[in-house]
Design a binder for this molecule. Structure first.
Ligand code: SAH
Length: 344
């Protein structure tokens, strides 16, 4: 096992201390970050550092530990799915999408997931471990360096429940936001959660204007509990209260993700009940056509039903859109990541 420190896991102060432990001055950390920012992570190429220092660094540290295992490009819309391998042989997935005149990267926050949502392909493959801050950061860097373009938006919506990996997530958000690292504004970063109410409240106090996306998928506890076990722990009203606190603290509207599943949560009544629940909340509802997952009994709602659902929300003054599907031919759409490893 590689015992070297992954420098991407350190924050600026820790990096300075790391250089001090090698008998070096703090400015070395700026040199190193400068290279990382320019897409160079090979310590041997950091020519403004003495050779002896570079050798010591290579012995004691690495700058990331992901390697590209596979890359699949969608023929429909150009979406790219990346599979990265970690030193412990685990594999994680990230997705690059091009929309709204910019590149967005969707990253994973854990290896597997233990939230157990019944409609998701990540359920049933088990949970490995949390990803470190550096492992999240490197997914974005690998993709940026692969396409050689600036990344405009980041969505933490891949495999895993980011708010269950809270400390690493916050470290990651600070790093991508830092002008010394990736310089991506908080307003261009979205974190998606299945609804860990206490962590939503905690995040509202971090002073970061992150977009919060909440996977709601049901208008009431009865339906939600059937498809999302987390609802037994944090009921809908509890969750919506945490969202209110979030909007008040950050001034950002919350997006509620709502997968339309035929016959389960897509009736007019459901739309009416949902409207009532979301009244007076600074929010937006993103209706997602259910993406087929092999082996699951759920089916996508018809386009007609989706349109009626949306119209009903709008009639009740709730802002709603129907999400465009990207990358469906390469299993890169929401809930489909790692689908190829699932046994039928
Ligand atoms: N744990 C986080 C992030 C990962 S899931 C969360 O729950 O939000 C990313 C998004 O994909 C969530 O909104 C999730 O509910 C949705 N999703 C999962 N399976 C899906 C499927 N089969 N079709 C469409 N969306 C799905």
């Amino acid at each position: 096992m590689d015992k070297r420190v992954n420098l991407l896991d350190l924050n600026h102060e820790e990096l300075i201390r790391f250089f001090e432990s090698l008998g070096e001055k703090p400015f070395r950390s700026n040199q190193l970050l400068g290279w990382i920012q320019r897409g160079v992570r090979d310590i041997g190429k950091m020519t403004d550092m003495p050779v002896i220092l570079r050798e010591a660094l290579m012995q004691k540290a690495s700058i990331g530990n992901l390697s590209l295992k596979e890359k699949r490009v969608s023929k429909i819309d150009g979406t790219i799915k990346y599979l990265f391998q970690l030193p412990d042989k685990e594999v994680i997935e990230s997705v690059l999408m091009n929309y709204n005149h910019g590149y967005s990267v969707c990253i994973s926050s854990q290896i597997g997931c233990r939230m157990g949502c019944l409609f998701c392909a990540s359920t049933g493959i088990g949970f490995g471990r949390n990803l470190s801050k550096g492992e999240m950061l490197e997914q974005v860097m690998m993709i940026r360096d692969d396409i050689g373009r600036r990344i405009k938006n980041i969505v933490v919506m891949g495999i895993g429940e980011p708010l269950e990996n809270y400390e690493s997530l916050v470290g990651f958000l600070k790093a991508v936001n830092s002008p010394k690292i990736m310089n991506i504004g908080y307003r261009h970063i979205t974190v998606s959660t299945c609804g860990l109410a206490p962590q939503i409240e905690k995040l509202s106090k971090e002073g970061m204007q992150i977009n919060l996306s909440v996977s709601l998928h049901a208008p009431n506890d009865y339906i939600r509990t059937q498809i999302m076990p987390i609802n037994k722990k944090y009921a809908i009203d509890n969750l919506i209260e945490a969202c209110k606190i979030y909007t008040r603290a950050t001034g950002r509207r919350v997006t509620f993700e709502y997968i339309l599943i035929s016959g389960l949560n897509d009736s007019k009544n459901d739309a009416g009940e949902l409207s009532g629940r979301l009244k007076n909340l600074l929010c937006h509802v993103n209706l997602i056509p259910f993406n087929t997952v092999r082996g699951l009994k759920y089916r996508k709602s018809s386009l007609g039903k989706a349109a009626i659902f949306k119209a009903m929300l709008e009639k009740n003054k709730i802002n709603a859109t129907i999400r465009r599907e990207l990358g469906s031919d390469i299993d890169a759409a929401c809930g489909q990541l790692r689908r190829h490893v699932i046994k039928e």
